[in-house]
Structure formats: structure tokens, C-alpha cells
Write a protein that binds this ligand. Structure first.
Ligand SMILES: [Fe+2]
Length: 368
């Protein structure tokens, strides 16, 4: 029988720094969409699929290190693993391929000055979704949960934390929110920005509302633009959870659900929102909900000071008109399946079967 490895085991191998060669055999085009950090690439897919195992005959790979072969769905990678086994390598194929890898994650502790709080950044590496576990004393809250509830419950328990609140920054269009299911599983209060979009019960958290957690205070700042209900949260004056409003070197797209003229209105709102957020001061840490690249297993949090982010965006923000023009010119392609994802996020029902069918691919929430 052909040897395989599942996403969870490969995730643990990479997180622990184990020596492994991750060999991506997909086409250039597929690889350009998203990939596994530290993987190497030999575009052997078409050859192997056509029954020519010689495609990997000359591949130079480190000896005495296991090789994990990767394709889109975990089929052609089996042929790749067999070809390498025949050459004497310990080769395994990744079960379910990149589709399953969509749920792989890693974590990084966010360095904060305030020793009353801890922030763990939980990164869905392939899709680039960033969520946060915030702890103070024995209490915790989770922001923008994008992974199955068990992941957060396990991390909270490892850090001796009880999840009290679960929050989203907005109704997501790029991934299925797991916030409602996490709130149910943990008994936590589900807090969402006030809006009439979702069809399930939640506790609204409006501009200026505060949540107390141990010795921490989280304050809601309404930040319309990416969506109308978008809300950022500031923690103890030090960390700013920006959702998809502000990234480390870009801003949220203002166009989903919008026609051309309302995309313009949303860009205008976003301009004013960004100026308000930047006024919080240069030392505040920006903690966004997405990264645009697959996230390395390096334990380094993706974070920047508001001052650095402001410097990167200085030209964009020179005037309202310049900003709107800049944004509307650079909007990326519409993410696949986003209408269905929004529909599910508004209904609060996770799809039957495998959610990664809908979520495949990298996220496209940013203009950068
Ligand atoms: Fe979004």
C-alpha cells in the first residue's frame, strides 16, 4: 500500500522543524495561487498524470530525509510518491492534497509590552486567515475564528484559559466563520457588530462598547469601508485588531456586494476610517485578519506598528480622491464562491460535508 501522511501530521512536522522535503508537483499556475511554506517545486503533474513516472527520475532531493509529495487533491501525488519510492526515497503523499491543506495552521505569540495580556496569532497558513486568542488572567476571547472550534478549545486549554467571548470583525466573504460554532462549543458569548445581515442570535457590540476580560479591556471602533458593519477592536490601548480594514501593507477591498458607485462610496468611507485608526498613534500594534502569502512555520507573528503601516500607505492616503482612484484601480479578482460563503456566514450554517470545497485557494480580501 502506498504510504501517506495527513495534513495534521505534516503540520506538526513543519511546526516542530523536523527535516522533511515537501515536494509540490502541481503546475506553475496552481502553485502561483498558494503553496506550502518551505516546499520545493517540480512541475511534474501533467507528465505523471499521463503515466510517465520518469518525470521525477532526475529530481535531486536530499538523501535520508522523508519526502512528502503534494498535488491538488492527493491523487497524482500518489504516483509521484511511488516513483520516488522506486528510487529509494522514503516518500509519502499528502492525503487530500492542497484542498486538505487548506485547514492547516500554525501559531505565533504576539510580542506585547503589557504583561497583563497575551495574544496568540493563529494562522491558517494556506488561506492566510489570521485569528487571535487573547488571554488575561484565566479568561480568553477569540477574534475572527476561521478554523474548527476544537483548535481554539485545545489552544485555550493548553494556556489554561476559558473562552468567554467570541467576536468577528465583520461578516466574512472569503472563508466560513467558525465563530458561532466556537461560541456554541465553548459556551462563550458571541459578539458581532450591529447589522441586519445575519439570521441567528448574537450580542451586538457597537462603536465604543467595551468588553472586560481579566485585566484587559477590548473596545470596539466602528470602521466601515471593507464592509459597512466592519469593526476594529483595540486591546488595552496597545493592540488593534483591524479585521480586513487594514493589513500590514494594504487595505481591505471595498467592492464585494457593491456596484461601481457604491464601491466608490465604500472607498470614501474606508479613507475616513483609516485616518481615524491611524490617529490611535504610531506605537499601536496592527493585527489584521489576513495575510496575502502562505504563512511560514516560523513562530513569528505577522504584526507591525501603526506608524510603519501608515508610512507604507502614505502615498495612498495623500487625499481622499487619490485614495479612491488608487483603490478602484487595484481591486483584485473577485474571490471564488464568495456569494455562497457570505450566504452561509449570514445563515450561520456550516455546509454539510467538507467546507474546504468552498474555501479552496488563497484569500483575496486585500488591495495592496
Ligand atoms: Fe473580509
Amino acid at each position: 500500500m502506498n504510504k501517506s501522511i495527513d495534513t495534521e501530521t505534516l503540520r506538526q512536522w513543519l511546526a516542530s522543524g523536523k527535516a522533511v522535503t515537501v515536494l509540490d508537483i502541481r503546475t506553475e499556475e496552481d502553485r502561483a495561487q498558494w503553496s506550502i511554506p518551505r516546499s520545493i517545486h517540480i512541475a511534474a503533474y501533467e507528465e505523471l498524470k499521463a503515466g510517465r513516472p520518469g518525470a521525477l527520475a532526475d529530481a535531486v532531493l536530499p538523501a535520508d530525509v522523508p519526502v512528502v509529495t503534494i498535488c491538488n487533491m492527493g491523487r497524482v501525488s500518489q504516483t509521484a510518491a511511488r516513483a520516488l519510492q522506486a528510487r529509494g526515497f522514503e516518500a509519502l503523499f499528502l492525503e487530500g492534497g492542497m484542498k486538505s491543506w487548506s485547514l492547516a495552521w500554525n501559531t505565533a505569540e504576539v510580542p506585547v509590552r503589557d504583561n497583563r495580556i497575551r495574544i496568540l496569532q493563529i494562522r491558517r497558513t494556506g488561506k492566510g486567515c489570521l485569528s487571535y486568542l487573547v488571554g488575561s488572567r484565566q479568561e480568553a476571547l477569540v477574534i475572527d475564528a476561521s478554523l474548527p472550534p476544537e483548535v481554539y478549545l485545545e489552544l485555550a486549554s493548553q494556556h489554561s484559559l476559558q473562552i468567554r467571548y467570541v467576536l468577528d470583525t465583520h461578516i466574512h466573504a472569503d472563508h466560513l466563520s467558525r465563530s458561532m460554532s466556537l461560541a456554541k462549543a465553548s459556551g462563550a458569548v458571541l459578539l458581532l457588530p450591529p447589522q441586519g445581515r445575519v439570521h441567528f442570535p448574537f450580542t451586538p457590540i457597537a462603536h465604543g462598547d467595551m468588553v472586560t476580560l481579566g485585566e484587559a479591556t477590548l473596545t470596539a471602533l466602528r470602521s466601515p469601508g471593507h464592509t459597512l458593519e466592519s469593526t476594529a477592536y483595540v486591546l488595552n490601548g496597545e493592540a488593534l485588531f483591524t479585521g480586513d480594514t487594514l493589513f500590514l501593507s494594504g487595505v481591505g477591498r471595498p467592492d464585494l456586494h457593491a456596484d461601481a458607485s457604491s464601491a466608490q462610496d465604500c472607498s470614501r468611507l474606508l479613507y475616513h476610517t483609516l485616518n481615524q485608526l491611524l490617529a490611535l498613534g504610531p506605537d499601536v500594534l496592527v493585527l489584521p485578519a489576513h495575510a496575502s502569502q502562505p504563512i511560514a512555520f516560523d513562530g513569528l507573528a505577522l504584526v507591525a506598528h501603526l506608524g510603519e503601516v501608515a508610512a507604507r500607505l502614505r502615498d495612498w492616503l495623500s487625499s481622499e480622491e487619490a485614495f479612491i482612484e488608487h483603490i478602484l484601480k487595484r481591486i483584485p479578482p473577485t474571490p471564488p464562491n464568495y456569494t455562497r460563503i457570505v450566504e452561509l456566514n449570514e445563515s450561520g450554517v456550516l455546509p454539510e460535508g467538507d467546507p474546504t470545497d468552498l474555501e479552496a485557494g488563497a484569500n483575496r480580501c486585500a488591495v495592496s
